[in-house]
Design a protein around this ligand. Structure first.
Ligand code: CP3
Length: 347
């Protein structure tokens, strides 16, 4: 595993800060586009050989320290019979959950352990082909984020139905069906050989602190507790977007190993206040990768200065972005960033 306590050393015997990016295998990358010419997104995720090949692209070319399984967050909605396609633009569902009545339409297609077998196979292929010193990351969507997609079809806008549904039983009904299946999705990836599972909670920061504490945290804790009781050696990385430090303090989950933070959160504050409980991952703005290398380099150096001035050991930090690599990001900036981090962020 390259992200945790077996980090690589460089030729001066200094430890390198490891780095990986969310969406490191994606549309900005020619390798991905070449595969996409002959295939659709769903097949790219569900064919284990293709998923393996796509996952490898940014590892082989840019030397990231962790590979993230190529898949998508929304498959649990397909598994619950909501229909899912990626044919034109953003993902689409056949129906949304507008009220508790709609929960009756949710049915498990096949047992989850069978449904997610494509992810297990892809992880197994990856574990065989990846160099031992690279971490393999699986991922699932966190309950509130998946719920938001199931209700609203995205996490933009005022989320009126989704937020109201927190209080009228819609959220509870949904997570009751979701949780056992989501845990199976995590089990499948862990059994396939993933070293860590990311829980992506992209929509969490749309909530007030009150609602985050009352509705989101208890569900996350159920998941992490069950998973860790079965897989003690596997790590859990929890990423949430738009969540401020008080949200992260409120989490207090001893079963989470790493907190991914977005670029709005002060990295030095997160390190100072939260790194005794969690490793911290992040957090430059992905838009910085669109800037000239000179500008981008300044931002990387700022991040490193923040880590050093925090007084916290870089052992507690994983370098990354505050969210995923954006479409049209110049590949050269991704390549140079990883090189720069490996050469300069050492301790
Ligand atoms: O490299 C990696 O990080 C692994 C692959 C990965 C994808 N999606 C591939 C993908 C991961 C980890 C995700 C997670 C994901 N998917 C999230 C959580 C993290 C985040 O970015 O917020 C969410 C909310 C989704 C749902 C989803 N899938 C959306 C909203 C979209 C369309 C919009 C967009 O930004 O791409 C997708 C499609 C998708 N997932 C693509 C990729 C490479 C693009 C497909 C294409 O058009 O080629």
């Amino acid at each position: 595993m390259g992200l945790f306590n077996d980090r690589l050393k460089n030729s001066d015997n200094r430890t390198q800060v490891p780095v990986w990016f969310m969406r490191q295998a994606g549309r900005y990358h020619q390798h991905y586009q070449n595969i996409k010419k002959d295939s659709d997104f769903m097949t790219m995720c569900k064919n284990p050989e293709l998923a393996k090949k796509i996952t490898h692209g940014p590892i082989d070319e840019f030397d990231f320290d962790a590979a993230i399984l190529f898949s998508d967050l929304l498959f649990p909605l397909e598994h619950l019979s909501m229909g899912l396609n990626y044919l034109q633009g953003p993902p689409k569902l056949e129906f949304h959950l507008n009220s508790k009545e709609d929960l009756k339409k949710l049915k498990e297609k096949t047992p989850a352990l069978e449904f997610y077998n494509f992810q297990k196979q892809a992880c197994q292929l990856l574990r065989e082909s990846l160099p031992q010193h690279k971490s393999l990351l699986g991922f699932v969507g966190a309950p509130f984020t998946l719920y938001t997609y199931a209700v609203e079809g995205s996490h933009s806008g005022n989320l009126v139905t989704a937020k109201k549904g927190l209080t009228d039983g819609l959220f509870n009904g949904f997570v009751e069906m979701l949780l056992p299946n989501l845990l199976d999705e995590m089990r499948v990836q862990a059994l396939g050989g993933a070293d860590a599972i990311c829980l992506f909670d992209t929509a969490a920061g749309e909530l007030s602190l009150h609602d985050y504490k009352k509705y989101v945290i208890p569900e996350i804790k159920k998941i992490t507790k069950t998973f860790k009781s079965e897989f003690k050696d596997k790590k859990i990385i929890y990423y949430s977007k738009h969540t401020q430090i008080p949200f992260l303090h409120a989490l207090e989950d001893e079963n989470i190993d790493v907190l991914g933070i977005d670029w709005r959160v002060s990295l030095s504050q997160a390190l100072k206040e939260l790194s005794s409980n969690y490793m911290i991952q992040g957090n430059i703005d992905p838009v910085a990768l669109h800037m000239s290398w000179e500008e981008l380099e300044v931002r990387w150096l700022d991040v490193w200065r923040e880590v050093q001035e925090s007084g916290v050991s870089p052992d507690r930090w994983i370098c990354g972005l505050g969210h995923g690599v954006l479409q049209h990001t110049p590949e050269i900036n991704v390549k140079k960033s990883v090189e720069f981090i490996h050469n300069n962020f050492t301790y």
